[in-house]
Design a protein around this ligand. Structure first.
Ligand code: NAI
Ligand code: MG
Length: 317
C-alpha cells in the first residue's frame, strides 16, 4: 500500500490530474490518494497558497502527483513550486523527451545557480548570484550517471569558456562520470541548444545546471509536438514529485480540451519510480496506442476532449 499526494493545483491542472489519478487508481485501487489543495484558487479562498502543514503532508507521502499552480497575479505569494522544491529537497529535475526523432533525457540541477534565491535589487543595480557547489554538482552528476549507465552516454552542457562557475561544474561532473565509467562528452550550452534541434540523435542524457536546464528542455520540447506531452520528475533523497512541464494554461482552462498526456506520463514515471515497472510500461503503451488511433486533443490537431482521451486510455488498460 502506497500513499500518493495528489495536487491538482490551478487551471488545467484540475482537468489533467484527475485523468492521471484515474489511471493510477485503475492500476492500483488499493493505493491511498490524498488530495492536497495548493495555489491561486486556494489563496483566493483562504489567503494562503501553501503552508507548513501542506509541506508536512506531502513529505509524509511516498510520492506527489502535481498539476500546476498559477503564479500570484501581483506577487501576493512567493513561488509555490520553488518552496516545494526547497522544502522537499528536490534537487534533481528529470525531463525525458521522447519523440519520433528524439529520445533524450535532460537532467537539470534543481536547487542551485540563479534559482537559489540569492538576489537583491538596489537603487541603481540588481544582482542575482549564481553559486555552484561541489556537493550540489556531485549529487546531480551521480543522478545523471545513474540514468546514463542504463542508456548510452552522457553530455555535459556548460559555458566553461566564459564562466568560472561552469569550469568548476564541468570539472566536478566530469570527475563523477569518470569514476562511474560513463562514456562522456561536453558542449557549450548555446551551441548545444541549436545542435539538439538539428541532430537530436547525437544526444542521450544531458546534464546541465539549473537555468541552462530550464531553457534547454523547453528547446528540446520542439521535437515532441508541444508542452502538453512532456512529463518531469523532481527527485530528492527520500522525496519525489511528478509534474507536467507545462503550467496552468489559463488561456484554455475550463474548456475540457487540455492534453492529459504529460500528466498521464507523470503517472507512468511515478509508477516506475516506486518500482512498478510493469504498470509504468503498460500505461506508456496504452497512451501510445490511443494516440496511434488518432484520438488526439486539439493542440495536436484532434477533436478529443481531455476526458475522452482519458477514457480511451482506461479502456486500453
Ligand atoms: P503554460 O504551460 O501554462 O501554457 C503555455 C501554452 O501552452 C499555452 O498556450 C497553453 O494553452 C499551452 N498548453 C500548456 N499545456 C497544455 C496542455 N496540457 N494541453 C494543451 N495546451 C497546453 O505556460 P504559461 O502560460 O507561461 O503559464 C501559465 C501559468 O502557469 C502561470 O501562472 C505560470 O506561472 C504557471 N506555471 C506553473 C508551472 C508549475 O506549476 N510547475 C510551470 C509553468 C508555468
Ligand atoms: Mg521552464
Amino acid at each position: 500500500m502506497r500513499r500518493i499526494a495528489v495536487v491538482e493545483g490551478d487551471g488545467i491542472g484540475r482537468e489533467v490530474i484527475p485523468v492521471a489519478a484515474a489511471a493510477l487508481r485503475s492500476l492500483h485501487p488499493d493505493w491511498e490518494q490524498i488530495p492536497v489543495e495548493l495555489g491561486l484558487e486556494r489563496w483566493r479562498r483562504t489567503g494562503t497558497a501553501i503552508d507548513d502543514a501542506d509541506i508536512e503532508m506531502l513529505s509524509s507521502c511516498d510520492a506527489v502527483l502535481f498539476g500546476a499552480v498559477s503564479s500570484a497575479p501581483n506577487g501576493e505569494y512567493p513561488s509555490v513550486v520553488l518552496r516545494l522544491r526547497r522544502a522537499l529537497g528536490l534537487y534533481a529535475n528529470i525531463r525525458p523527451i521522447m519523440g519520433v526523432s528524439c529520445d533524450l533525457v535532460v537532467v537539470r540541477e534543481n536547487s542551485e545557480g540563479l534559482y537559489a534565491g540569492r538576489e537583491r535589487i538596489e537603487e541603481d543595480r540588481a544582482c542575482t548570484e549564481r553559486v555552484i557547489t561541489r556537493a550540489g554538482t556531485e549529487r546531480i552528476a551521480r543522478v545523471a550517471c545513474g540514468i546514463a549507465a542504463r542508456r548510452r552516454k552522457l553530455t555535459i552542457g556548460h559555458k566553461a569558456n566564459v564562466l568560472a562557475a561552469d569550469r568548476f561544474f564541468l570539472e566536478v561532473a566530469r570527475g563523477v562520470a569518470h569514476c562511474a565509467g560513463i562514456p562522456l562528452d561536453d558542449a557549450f550550452i548555446d551551441a548545444l541548444c541549436l545542435d539538439v534541434l538539428r541532430r537530436p540523435e547525437r544526444y542521450d542524457v544531458i546534464l546541465v545546471e539549473n537555468m541552462f536546464g530550464d531553457i534547454l528542455s523547453d528547446v528540446a520540447a520542439f521535437h515532441v509536438g508541444g508542452l502538453g506531452l512532456l512529463p518531469s520528475a523532481n527527485l530528492g533523497d527520500g522525496h519525489a514529485l511528478f509534474e507536467p512541464v507545462h503550467g496552468s494554461a489559463p488561456d484554455i482552462a475550463g474548456r475540457g480540451i487540455a492534453n492529459p498526456v504529460a500528466a498521464l506520463r507523470c503517472t507512468a514515471m511515478l509508477l516506475d519510480h516506486l518500482g512498478d515497472r510493469e504498470n509504468a510500461h503498460r500505461l506508456g503503451t496504452a497512451i501510445d496506442r490511443v494516440m496511434a488511433q488518432s484520438i488526439l486533443t486539439p493542440d495536436l490537431g484532434g477533436t478529443a476532449t481531455t476526458q475522452e482521451f482519458g477514457r480511451a486510455v482506461l479502456e486500453e488498460l
